[in-house]
Design a binder for this molecule. Sequence first.
Ligand code: NAI
Ligand SMILES: N[C@@H](CC=O)C(=O)O
Ligand code: NA
Length: 823
Amino acid sequence: MQVLKFGGTSVGSVDSIKQVIQIIDNHRRGDEPQNGGQIIVVFSAMGGVTNQLIEIGRMATTGNTDYMELVRRIEDRHFNVIKALIPVKEQSKVFAHVRGIINELEDLLRGVSLIRELSLRTLDLITSFGERLSTTVITECVKSKGIPAQFLDARTIIKTDAQFGQAEVNYTLTNQLIQEHFAKTTDIQMVTGFIGSTEKNETTTLGRGGSDYTASIIGAALNADIIDIWTDVDGMMTADPRKVPNAFNIPTITYAEAMELSHFGAKVIYPPSLQPAFARNIPIRVLNTFNATHTGTIVSRTAERRQYTITGISSIDDVALVNVQGSGMIGVAGVSAKLFGVLAAHKISVILISQASSEHSICFAIDPRGAENVKAILDTEFATEIGHGHIDNITIERDLSVIATVGEGMKKSSGIAGKLFSVLGKNGVNIVAVAQGSSEINISVVINKNNLSKALNALHNIFFQSEARVLNLYLVGTGLIGKTLLKQIFSQFDFLRTEKLLKVCVVGMTNTKKMLLDPKGIALDDWHERLLTEGVTTSLPAFVERIKDYNLPNSVFIDCTSDKDIVQFYESLLDANISVVTPNKVANSGPYSEYRRLQRTALNRGVKFLYETNVGAGLPIINTVQGLMTAGDRFLKIEAILSGTLSFIFNTFRPGISFADVVREAKEKGYTEPDPRDDLSGMDVARKILILAREAGFPLEPDDITINTLLPQPCLDAPTVPAFFEELERNNDYFENLLVQAETTGQKLRFVASFENNKAVIGLQPVGVDHPFYQLTGADNIVSFTTERYKDRPLVVKGPGAGAEVTASGVFADVVSIGSYLA
Ligand SMILES: NC(=O)C1=CN([C@@H]2O[C@H](COP(=O)(O)OP(=O)(O)OC[C@H]3O[C@@H](n4cnc5c(N)ncnc54)[C@H](O)[C@@H]3O)[C@@H](O)[C@H]2O)C=CC1
Ligand SMILES: N[C@@H](CC=O)C(=O)O
Ligand code: NA
């Protein structure tokens, strides 16, 4: 025995009714596994008709006849189904039948328009026509296909009290009538949903979820094997797919979970209406008429073992929070009793309640539309307490949302709340109030409405772990390092997704000319083309504003420029819980106070500011220093070669070849700064040793670095890069001399940076064959750390310290580490 119920959208059009007939026929033929005996099908009114009937009733009370036009439209919709789905020669009989029902409706409406009054009782009778018409027409369609079916007016089997609009079912009588009726039938029973009647045969309706309720009442009375609720979505989903694009189907769910989710806005089914079926432990399937092969969701007493600890996330988008607090509430029994008594007396529905154990305050969430009214009521009811100062002024906070994570798997499972708060915290979502039911299957948080989408997506991402966590990236600078980074991300995309469960999504990019933002992500196989064609003129302030407006979870800003002005945005980005990754050394080598402030802001916000590539490109140098510091080591001395460019130059330059050409080659190989004067002047190295000293715990300022430049003054003064190269050509002898001098004594030239006793010095230094820096080749860097724990033999990091691939990969590693951290 099975009960099928089709909602308003399923019977809303000719095409959908065709689907419905097909589904019924499949059941009849036994194509459905649950097939066994009697089939009962319950129908809603055609989509929109119930509301139209209510409107028609209201219009009729005004005495004018405009409602006739609406009645015509309802009639036409049903006639169109007949015309499309019933063979022509059988149509006239069905038209006449339907016309008869419409006549009855018109008579009734004439009565209403005469007495100009619409009681709930009459309204129930008017709205009953929706289900009666849809069920009549569909029954005729089914019969015309040769399928044995019988129309059943539910008013003959469902008996209720006389609470019109929301009648209470008399189960004893109803169950008896249902059992008697179905004992005699074998044909498919086509039942009007939503309606019943009193013992005096007055028509009633069953309130919200009415047709589901009808199916549930009949299923329970007959102890059906299953009840199928056919709707227009693939069952229940882990979240509202309009808000969370990654939401997916929940194959099985318990009654309790369905109840919790629907309380928080998941509107696929209305569980209270399914109560009779729940009570008899009859499983309910939620299926999609428009995607009939999908398995949908089974709602039953126990759900199958789950992969995830939570089952779904739901939200109420707009709530107001009422705060009642004051010293007079502490230890005084009865304040909350009075409070909730008042709310109940005024029929104010409370969405969520939270009370601190200090008993000093109670807050509760309500529909914001009633907030002012609630405040007025409470101000009056608690006037005495407020007057005596026992209760402070009652306040209302608006523009809030509630998010509920729901799942039986949360019961007695620790760490869920921790995870929830940590994800929201890392994404800068402030939690205004919290409530957990003692059933432990629902944790609800109240947050600011503008963070709703970010919070829902971040939570969904973290709780439904088999899905990759999304990391949203904004890239400034698509030059050498930026474009290499994009290439690397593109080639690692699948690996990150499958092995690291990280979905890297580049949401915005900009260079000095164009900027492009797309919250859905920019594909990395043709980003360049898109940036050129769709990009708009760059405005960094606008770019940063858009990032903040998008308010996406797990966001990372990547600065791959050498620009000095971008740095001013870092702090506000970090403040907005957006992590920052950069190879740009400017931020960390300005005033110490600025360096410190960025560190603090990131720490306070629980986001990351990462810049491993500030020193030695991808070599693990910053991480090494930070690791030693974290573990409590103390730095005594740092000696290093920190310029890939200068390493390359002094490993390549020979008497007889042009020094300027060697510098050009370093630039072509991607070792130099965008402006190579920064490398040759020593500025780049000065920045790096400054950053290293700071990381090692010494608050140095830029002026504390002694720079012994290797360049003659005219090179230092060159106003442009081409002029700089000209000066290098002119001074070739000078560089050759330096080299020859060193070589005659068996030494090599190295540009060395050292830090000891609070002093940092950088400059050119000839080193002998015994010196550890002598053997350095190519564009390698080397750093030697002498610390309390590495005193006898220093800790040394060595390897290529410049170049596009190694630098981009260092940036990439920082980005991925943020992904892991946020997850
Ligand atoms: N080349 C290397 O081996 C290493 C480089 N770095 C650093 O990497 C950074 C990038 O270097 P490259 O890629 O070689 O530079 P690049 O000159 O090739 O690229 C810079 C990019 O930034 C963009 N840009 C500059 N100012 C901008 C602004 N205000 N707004 C928007 N876009 C802007 C430019 O249009 C260009 O796309 C530099 O800070 C450099 O110090 C760090 C470690 C190693
Ligand atoms: N220009 C730099 C690149 C790394 O910061 C260098 O040459 O080392
Ligand atoms: Na590094």
